[in-house]
Design a protein. Sequence first.
Length: 250
Amino acid sequence: MGIFAEMYCHRMQVAGIFLSSNVLMAPIYGYTDVSFRLRAERNGAGVAFTEMVYVEDLIRGKARAVESARVDEKEPVKAVQLIGGDPLAFQRLLRGPLLAHADWIDINMGCAMPDIVHSGRGCALVHDLPRAARIIDACKSSGKAVSVKCRPGMTAEENCIRSFARMCEDAGADLLTVHGRPGNSLHDGDVMYDAIADAKACLHIPVIGNGGIFSEEDAAAMMRRTGADGVMIGRWGIRDPNVFSALTGL
């Protein structure tokens, strides 16, 4: 059994949903389809999210979006990640039948691609607390578990994780995942472990650490340096879904 499985792996409960482990598979556009998620979950992932789905595309019934939001009855937790910038669009979508099958909604407030940010979605919401709060509230009113995936800010100098994290909890989020790199770094550069630790220190809901995890030692370091309740695996899991067995010992 590896260092993470021995020292840090445990079961989790999120909004009444029991997870087999605190090792989560990140939503990755174009990759985390049904077959991939089932494999990750069989290998020990506590939950595996659908790829990022645009709220507006689901409302319009676009085939690509509807397929991306599809879940399988075999999935132990049916978790869909949504991205959008209009609270009313989230409310409209979640009052309709398209996502009635979902147990859990994850809101993407971390994507930092220029077109996403410039349209007021993704990481732009970290700096727009009132609108972000209305989106969380719209999702929570559906009765489903709700989580938020975010970054500390668009730049390291604009780190606003404490105020943003407290807003998420106050608005009703059940879990917060913090990708520890600022938006302008995308997937490069050092992880801001202190920002993840700050989020954990000011919240009562679980906090998941994400970013820069490509080995068991990286996962253990994330837990040790931040006090996080679990880890979210991204590109490492795409390269080898068997990493979940290694991290959980399952």
